[in-house]
Design a protein around this ligand. Structure first.
Ligand SMILES: [Mg+2]
Length: 296
């Protein structure tokens, strides 16, 4: 049984290894803010990128918007962006999975149920420490602190410098509470269970689709994207030019693609780079990045 499984896995890998890169992009995971979507650009999601995502979907690829936003906030932003394509999956609040079904998004209860239960149990354990943490922050920084449905401590710092110091303090605290982690995006932060993040959620979607990490692409710009910007979950990695140094370093270290352009244009470049064959097709891509078109 075991030998048979190993043989089957080996055969799957051999089949994948012999595929051209464009056949391998089966799962596309894009962060939203600062990656896919740039609030102050017109349009906020480039038309060329919308066309590229639509063409990939028509060829059978699944597209995941993997974000820290909740459902209503993401739906509002997508509607304002007047987008012509629809994601197949949403990963919301960096942890919940929602599937596109009959023109709406339905929560994946098998994942979201245990996720919610484990967070509730974990947050009960930290509740007694929250006044002390809030006091430490407020004695040193002007930051907005609040509780929402997803974390008993959410905060917005005045600057990234302030958040660097607060983040470090919260990480030290997390080392004293098993499974607790801090999720940070720019000047925003909240607590989370370390089993649930953009990476593990992407891995679960891939598992359900029967896809190998070699068939997955992930692109992001900030610290909350690091768990999915890992070859454990996606072997084709990318960051736009506006990504923070830690993200660009992580992508570079793993042999991923760093675009010279920001936001959605950077994502467009990255998808085209991998469609052209990734590192193996680099010469063709660099000679004419506009050449790549995906027709049906
Ligand atoms: Mg972002």
């Amino acid at each position: 049984m075991l030998a048979g499984s190993a043989f089957a896995l080996g055969r799957t890998r051999a089949t994948i290894d012999s595929q051209p890169m464009h056949a391998l992009l089966k799962l596309i995971s894009t962060d939203f803010d600062g990656t896919l979507f740039a609030e102050f650009e017109d349009p906020p999601i480039p038309l060329e990128l919308q066309e590229l995502l639509g063409a990939l979907q028509r060829r059978g690829a699944k597209w995941v918007v993997n974000t820290g936003r909740d459902l209503s906030s993401l739906m509002e932003a997508l509607a304002r962006a007047n987008i012509s394509v629809e994601p197949d999956y949403l990963v919301l609040v960096e942890r919940e999975i929602h599937c596109h079904r009959d023109s709406r998004y339905v929560g994946l209860e098998e994942w979201n149920g245990p996720c919610h239960r484990l967070h509730t149990e974990l947050f009960e354990r930290v509740r007694g420490d929250l006044p002390r943490l809030a006091e430490w922050i407020q004695a040193r920084f002007h930051a907005t602190l609040y509780e929402d449905a997803y974390s008993p401590l959410c905060l917005i710092a005045r600057s990234n410098g302030d958040m660097d110091a607060i983040h470090q303090h919260l990480e030290e605290y997390c080392r004293t509470v098993p499974r607790l982690s801090v999720v940070r995006n720019d000047v925003y932060a909240r607590f989370s269970h370390d089993a649930y993040n953009k990476g593990t959620a992407l891995g679960e979607i891939a598992r359900r689709l029967g896809l190998h990490p070699r068939q997955a692409f992930a692109v992001g710009d900030h610290l909350n994207d690091l768990p999915m910007l890992s070859r454990e979950h996606a072997e084709s990695l990318a960051a736009p030019a506006n990504a923070v140094p830690a993200v660009r370093d992580a992508v570079r270290r793993q042999g991923g693609y760093l675009s010279p352009r920001s936001h959605g244009r950077g994502v467009t470049d990255a998808i085209k780079y991998y469609l052209a064959g990734g590192p193996a097709g680099e010469l063709n891509f660099n000679n004419d990045p506009g050449r790549m078109r995906l027709h049906n």
